[in-house]
Design a protein. Structure first.
Length: 107
C-alpha cells in the first residue's frame, strides 16, 4: 500500500507540474480491509510493528485528504488481469470494463 501511495503522490505532482488543478482526493482501491483499517486507525499491534513508518506517512496523507482507500471486492479488481492468472471470462469482462477492444477482431 505504501508503494501505491508513493505512486499516487508522484502522479499528483506530475499532473500539477503539467498545469492540472486537482480538487478531489486521489483514490487507491484496496481489497484488503485489514490494510485499510491499519492505515486509518493508529492503534498499534504487535504484528504491525514492521509497517509503523509506512503507516505514519500514509496516515498523514489520509488526514490531509490527499488520498483515500475505498474498499473494492477482489472480484472487481480490474488490475488483476495485469498481475494474476484469471479465467477467460474474468479476463474478457475486465477488458470490456477497461474499455479495451481488439483492433484485429472482424467487424
Amino acid at each position: 500500500m505504501a508503494n501505491g501511495v508513493c505512486e499516487l503522490l508522484w502522479l499528483r505532482n506530475l499532473l500539477r507540474n503539467l498545469g492540472f488543478k486537482l480538487k478531489s482526493t486521489m483514490q487507491l482501491y484496496c481489497d484488503n480491509k485489514a490494510a485499510i483499517d491499519i492505515s486509518q486507525n493508529p492503534v498499534q499491534h504487535d504484528f504491525t510493528k514492521h509497517v509503523e513508518v509506512d503507516r505514519h506517512c500514509i496516515k498523514e496523507k489520509l488526514d490531509a485528504k490527499i488520498i483515500s482507500f475505498p474498499f473494492i471486492p477482489t472480484e472487481e479488481q480490474l488490475a488483476d488481469i495485469l498481475t494474476k492468472r484469471v479465467s477467460k471470462k474474468v479476463f474478457y469482462d475486465s477488458l470490456s470494463k477497461l474499455g479495451m477492444v481488439d483492433v484485429y477482431a472482424p467487424t
